[in-house]
Design a protein around this ligand. Structure first.
Ligand SMILES: [Cu+2]
Length: 145
């Protein structure tokens, strides 16, 4: 289909409008699709990422993320069916990071998130008493510039 624009002036304004909308929607330095982070919250009350021995999540401040967590039941579960939790805390004072507190039923869960704006050390902790090893269910989370 071809659209004929009557005047060069109109053609120019359409071009300008198109460029402006591109500039508006263009991501600020990031790829348009969020980075996918895959985590296994496993039956042995451990978080696992790929083949990492001591899993660490490292993200850029303000980066769009898709957190995909697969939860597998350990020994215990909550009355509501949650088998693990995934809660992000500031490492320094253990305060919660708003919007980063999830309870996980068995299966795959996806969360669209924005990485914390504040650079530094964080920790992911499990919030469901999932087994006798629950206290050891945590993972480093680092925000870099
Ligand atoms: Cu757990």
């Amino acid at each position: 289909m071809r659209i004929d624009l009557p005047t060069p002036k109109l053609r120019l304004s359409v071009l300008v409008a198109a460029l402006m909308s591109v500039a508006f929607w263009a991501p600020r330095g990031w790829a348009q699709s969020p980075r996918v982070i895959e985590v296994l919250a496993d039956h042995d009350s451990r978080y696992k990422i790929g083949g990492q021995k001591n899993p660490v999540i490292t993200v850029h401040a303000g980066e769009p993320l898709l957190l995909r967590i697969t939860a597998v039941k350990a020994k215990e579960h909550n009355r509501d069916g949650a088998v693990h939790g995934f809660c992000l805390l500031h490492a320094k004072d253990r305060s919660h990071v708003p919007g980063w507190d999830f309870e996980l039923t068995p299966g795959v869960h996806e969360f669209q998130l924005t990485a914390p704006a504040q650079v530094g050390e964080y920790v992911v902790v499990c919030t469901v008493i999932c087994s006798q090893d629950h206290e050891g269910m945590h993972m480093r989370f680092v925000v870099i510039p």
